[in-house]
Design a protein around this ligand. Structure first.
Ligand code: GLC
Ligand code: CA
Length: 544
């Protein structure tokens, strides 16, 4: 069976940084409505909104205080309904961020839970007595640093928070939590949304007493139940955030006969610039052959069941510009990465500003940081004696604020993002890199993304074709074929800064997309630095 979400491209919006409509420096829903025509022109069919629910913003909306109210800074429910219908008019559906591993500590459920050990909602969260020494129940740590257990004076117990202490974990072992969450999901589905992006979904089956957090024993039972009770009633896009997914685990989530999710984000390629066995702050240079091999491996894994996601970044990882070299070929390199990935089989997820080729932006002092993860890291490493310069350099490389800076719409005041003062500083390159300038420039990254996404939409071999890796790529070159009926589409990318030769007997008939010129001499395709292309081809050996 074929699904709408297999033929579409998703665009991820970080609402706080997309478009401010009222000058308070914070992006909002009316701002998104103003930019819907831009998104339609780009060629996307779904918009994933990072959380827009009521929240004290300890973790920028991933700490939800009321799942059925819009964050007042972002607008009203009427604005939301208008956004859904205006998007629909332009052929786009909204994908909501579903954050149900935890709530905010300001959610009514948690306020009740902590009011007394016998409160109605006490068991909706995870409470434990202190260890015999009076300390935390066990060694589980929070992703944002420190213990995952917070002491509660009133009851003398600890509650679990795998993220900040303002994000208490819900107790999924309690069926009452399930029904409340499913009701809330149905509330949003009934508003006409297109599906959910599911935050840290792999943590739902946690068994904290056994120190199990990801991929707990009951996880898939919960997801099947959730599917049945909510989105299983229609053709909805669901995508789980699954940092620890192996191919085997990926199939548990996505094989159609299991009735769980449409697809998952797995992050192996994102982590390739990380030292093996170390955390994300310890980096090493990207090996492009390893990148190619990993991306291709996942294509093979999903050849006959499941469905891949295709993405380079999101609000948690720095922009893909980190894998490019500043200078005259940088835009070409960005277009090469787009060609390599987004012509594969799967659903592309473009993070806002990626289509403009936006770069990362370093900070020079701790005052410039906004993200709780970076701020906590800074303080704990300072306490441990690390130098300010060393810490900021790690944060500049991998910190989450990098991707969260405002969209660059034009060369005017604050890039047209706001008429006021933005909640986080813009990248100061906005006068040379913005949507208005790029829309007028046929060689811009924006022009290339538009061309690529429109090509994708109208080309059955890209949407539905089989993926076949080229048998003999030289180092630094990635090549694959998408076949559909009699059509063969060849995609080749030179991932290096030197000229490369690809030996192939395939006959290039028509070039559909390219970021530069390349030559053909007999059985050789000669690729200048970072050149990539897609072309209709015929012939070739049986294994080509
Ligand atoms: C996910 C989100 C991230 C958030 C965390 C806790 O990883 O993408 O932004 O901080 O979950 O909700
Ligand atoms: Ca605003």
């Amino acid at each position: 069976m074929s699904h709408w979400w297999q033929d579409t491209t998703v665009y991820q919006i970080y609402p706080r940084s997309f478009q401010d409509s009222n000058g308070d420096g914070i992006g909002d829903l009316r701002g998104i409505i103003q930019r819907l025509d831009y998104l339609q022109d780009l060629g996307v069919g779904a918009l994933w909104l990072c959380p827009i629910y009521q929240s004290p913003n300890d973790d920028n909306g991933y700490d939800i205080a009321n799942y059925r109210e819009i964050m007042s800074e972002f607008g009203t429910m009427a604005d939301f309904d208008e956004l859904v219908s205006e998007a629909k008019k332009r052929g786009m559906r909204l994908i909501m961020d579903l954050v149900v591993n935890h709530t905010s500590d300001e959610h009514a459920w948690f306020i009740d839970a902590k009011s007394s050990p016998t409160a109605e909602h006490r068991d909706w969260y995870i409470w434990r007595d202190p260890a015999p020494d009076g300390g935390a129940p066990n060694a589980l740590s929070s992703m944002f640093g420190g213990s995952a257990w917070e002491y509660d004076q009133l009851s003398g117990q600890y509650y679990l928070h795998l993220f900040s202490k303002k994000q208490p974990d819900l107790n999924w072992a309690n069926p009452a939590v399930h029904s409340a969450v499913y009701d809330m999901m149905n509330f949003w589905l009934d508003k006409g949304i297109g599906g959910f992006r599911m935050d840290v979904i792999e943590l739902l089956g946690k068994e904290p007493d056994r120190l199990i957090t990801g991929n707990g024993p009951r996880l898939h039972e919960y997801l099947q139940e959730m599917n049945h009770a909510t989105f299983g009633r229609g053709d909805y896009l669901t995508v789980g955030e699954c940092w620890g997914a192996t191919p085997e685990i990926a199939h548990l989530y996505t094989d159609a006969d299991r009735h769980e999710l449409s697809m998952i984000f797995q992050f192996g390629h994102i982590e390739l610039d990380q030292k093996p066995g170390k955390d994300k702050w310890e980096t090493r240079p990207l090996n492009v052959n390893a990148l190619r091999d990993l991306l291709f491996k996942w294509q093979d894994e999903f050849a006959s069941s499941g469905w891949p996601t295709l993405f380079w970044s999101n609000h948690d990882v720095p922009r893909i510009a980190r894998w490019t070299i500043p200078g005259p070929l940088q835009d070409k390199q960005l277009k090469m990465f787009a060609t390599l990935l987004y012509l594969m089989k799967g659903t592309p997820f473009i993070f806002q500003g990626e289509e403009l080729g936006l770069r990362n932006h370093p900070v020079t002092s701790v005052e410039e940081l906004r993200d709780i993860e970076s701020i906590n890291l800074y303080h704990s490493r300072r306490d441990a004696g690390q130098s300010e310069a060393e810490i900021l350099s790690a944060i500049n490389e991998k910190g989450r604020d990098n991707a969260r800076r405002p969209m660059q719409w034009s060369s005017t005041h604050e890039a047209g993002f706001t008429t006021g003062k933005p909640w986080i500083a813009l990248n100061n390159d906005y006068q040379i890199r913005n949507a208005e300038l790029e829309a007028k420039d046929p060689n811009s990254v924006l022009a290339y993304y538009r061309q690529l996404l429109h090509l994708r939409k109208s080309t059955p071999s890209i949407l539905k074709g089989q993926f076949i890796r080229l048998p003999k790529e030289p180092d630094g070159v990635a090549g694959y074929i998408r076949t559909f009926g009699d059509v063969k589409l060849l995609v080749v990318a030179n991932m290096t800064g030197t000229t490369q030769h690809l030996h192939t007997s395939l006959d290039i008939r028509r070039v559909l997309l390219t970021n530069g010129d390349f030559d053909r001499q007999q059985d050789d395709v000669i690729l200048p630095p970072y050149v990539a292309f897609a072309a209709e081809v015929v012939g070739g050996n049986s294994n080509e």
